[in-house]
Each structure stands twice: as structure tokens, then as C-alpha cells.
Design a protein around this ligand. Structure first.
Ligand code: AHM
Ligand code: MG
Length: 342
């Protein structure tokens, strides 16, 4: 047979058979698939959708919401509520947990409906990021505590990138697979099976305009990369910054390298920039499953015990050898005796 395109629905059914699943995971992923296809449609219509610009509201993080932020959040909640598979949700755009009414679902969904939304008005890639947890025994989804689980307990996680094509990339703990949306048939198709992050990467992604706030290990790592062939790394690097974590992580997953949004002297009071439960943890799960590494510099991201729904963390992730190097710089910095005042 010459026709060999494996669609996401077929992939899920094959995995369900292979791993002896009950079909619940297939149902969860089907909900997410429909959600992201709907958001992709809205994003692709651009200015024609009439959803550009600000909504005139702020989210719990105090950030101005774009109209598409609000719409994408509504789509997530509506599409996932209907199936009855989910007990509750946490969203970047909602202050409190959302409980699915009339559902006996045992799973929790944590998501950033539209990551990098400052890019919407200028037609640059945005994404959705999601993490799936089990509702712990004896807990009700209306309580924050049900969601405060470390990333190592994620059942599945991933992102959908609305770029020059729409791609969904996810892991359920058995490797990472990427699917491209075929708009003609309205189905995601497996295009990137078993993604492995290259161990040697020549790209790093960081918002360099924050250099004045960086700590010593970040500054050292970036400076050494920027010195290229003539510096201690002995080779040249390129720097990229899209301003959308989904796009950044996707590039690094395929090409290797490092993504850094560290805690710095300006964001440390908030704990960093990126949110642990629905940005850092899902991306860390994907990156680790692809053979990479994800840390806040001093601790593996997925082992951080969350204390709040919208908790933030520093994030350094990517190719194993590069992230190990940054971690070593943190260790060396922490081991240095404090300077003695004379
Ligand atoms: P958002 O989820 O509110 O869109 O913000 C998160 C984004 C990340 O995708 C990206 O890595 C970062 O914030 C961009 O930060 P900066 O404004 O420093 O470029
Ligand atoms: Mg985000």
C-alpha cells in the first residue's frame, strides 16, 4: 500500500491497543484536538475574524488580555466541558479553578490557551500549551490542592503551535510525537514520529534586553555562546527570540539548543516569568521525553512542589549537554564563597 498517512485519531487508537488503555486518554486527546483545531481556525483568519486587539480586561497575572486570549480560553472551556471527561481546569486566563459540572471525569486540564499572544497582531506564531493530571483520590476539583501536583505526576502534556502550519506535539510518557494539521481534511497527521532533541545545538533563545537583570550563571552562559569560535565554547552560536514559548521550544526540540527564561533581579519577586503548572511543567515533560533536560537552574522543573495555581519559575530547557552546562554554572556560582567586604 502506498498511502501511509497516520492520522491522530488512528494513532491514538493504535496506542490505546498497544498500551492496553481504556479509551479515556483517547477521549481526552480528542477533546484537545478539536479545541486546538478550532483555535487554529480563529488564529488563521487573522484580522478577518475581528478578534485582534485588546479585550479591555486583565487576567489574574495583571496582563492585558487580547480578544483572542479570551476567545481561546472560552473555546478550551466549552470544548472540554461538553465531553464529560474532565473534572476541572486551570487556565492562565482564569483566577480560580473551573469545575466541570455534570462530569464524572477523573482528569484535570491545565492550560495556557494562547501563549505568546503579544504576537497575534503582527502575524507571528502563537501556541496553546496543556498539561493533564489525574484528580487525586478523595479530592474534589473545586479545591486548588487537587491541581498542586509536581510535573512528574503529569499523565500527558504538549502544545499546539499555530505557525506557518499548525502542529500538535505531545507526550504521554512514551516519547514525543508531532502531528501537522491537514486543513483540507481537518485532521492532524503524524509527521514527526518519535522526536529526539539533538544533543548538540547551536542556538540559544533568551530575551537579551533583560541582560542588566541577569544572574551570574545566565550571563556567563550567554556571553560564552556569543563569543563564538574565539571564546571558550570554540564554535559559533545563533540567537533567536520569537516571544512565544511554544514556538521557541518547538524550534529547539527539532534543532537542538537552549531556551532560557531565568529568574532575574527584576522578576524574582514574582518567582520568574513563566508559569509552572501550565507552561514550564508541560514543556519540561515534552523536552525530557525527547531526551533533553529542563531545570530552573538549581532544580529539575518537574520536581518542584507547586504551592499556588499561578506560581512562576525560572526555566532553562533544551539539549541535555547545554542545560547541564548551565546547571554546572549555577552550582559553581553557589559554591563560591561570598565576597568579604574590606
Ligand atoms: P503569555 O503566555 O502571556 O503570552 O506570556 C508568556 C510568554 C512566553 O511565551 C514567552 O517565552 C515570554 O512570555 C515572552 O516574554 P518577553 O515579553 O520577555 O519577550
Ligand atoms: Mg504563555
Amino acid at each position: 500500500m502506498t498511502y501511509k498517512r497516520l492520522t491522530l485519531p488512528l494513532f491514538l487508537i493504535q496506542e490505546q491497543r498497544r498500551l492496553g488503555g481504556t479509551g479515556v486518554f483517547t477521549a481526552l486527546m480528542t477533546d484537545l484536538c478539536t479545541t486546538c483545531k478550532t483555535i487554529s481556525n480563529e488564529v488563521n483568519r487573522g484580522a478577518m475574524a475581528g478578534t485582534m486587539g485588546y479585550a479591555g480586561s486583565r487576567n489574574v497575572q495583571g496582563e492585558d488580555q487580547k480578544e483572542l486570549d479570551v476567545l481561546a480560553n472560552d473555546i478550551f472551556l466549552y470544548m472540554t466541558d461538553q465531553g464529560g471527561n474532565w473534572a476541572g481546569m486551570v487556565s492562565e486566563e482564569l483566577e480560580d479553578v473551573h469545575v466541570s459540572v455534570e462530569s464524572d471525569g477523573r482528569y484535570l486540564l491545565l492550560f495556557d490557551p494562547l501563549d505568546g499572544s503579544s504576537n497575534i497582531d503582527v502575524n507571528i506564531a502563537v501556541g496553546s500549551i496543556f498539561s493533564i493530571l489525574r484528580l487525586p483520590e478523595g479530592m474534589t476539583p473545586s479545591k486548588e490542592a487537587a491541581f498542586l501536583q509536581p510535573g512528574v505526576r503529569q499523565v500527558a502534556a504538549g502544545y499546539t503551535l499555530y505557525g506557518s502550519s499548525t502542529m500538535m506535539v505531545f507526550t504521554s510518557g512514551h516519547g514525543v510525537n508531532g502531528f501537522t494539521l491537514d486543513h483540507n481534511i481537518g485532521v492532524f497527521v503524524l509527521t514527526h514520529p518519535n522526536i529526539r532533541i539533538p544533543d548538540v545545538g547551536s542556538e540559544y533563545a533568551i530575551n537579551s534586553s533583560r541582560r542588566r537583570f541577569w544572574d551570574e550563571p545566565t550571563r556567563r552562559y550567554v556571553d560564552e555562546c556569543a563569543e563564538g569560535k574565539t571564546g571558550p565554547r570554540g564554535r559559533d552560536f545563533s540567537m533567536r527570540w520569537v516571544g512565544s514559548m511554544a514556538a521557541e521550544v518547538h524550534r529547539i526540540l527539532l534543532k537542538g539548543g537552549t531556551f532560557l527564561y531565568p529568574t532575574d533581579s527584576e522578576n524574582i519577586a514574582k518567582g520568574g516569568k513563566l508559569r509552572l503548572l501550565y507552561e514550564a511543567n508541560p514543556m519540561a515533560f515534552v523536552v525530557e521525553q525527547a531526551g533533553g533536560m529542563a531545570t530552573n537552574g538549581r532544580q529539575r522543573i518537574m520536581e518542584i512542589e507547586p504551592k499556588r495555581l499561578h506560581e512562576r519559575t525560572g526555566v532553562i530547557l533544551g539539549s541535555k549537554s547545554e542545560v547541564e552546562r548551565v546547571s554546572q554554572y549555577y552550582q559553581q556560582c553557589d559554591a563560591e564563597p561570598p565576597a568579604v567586604a574590606v
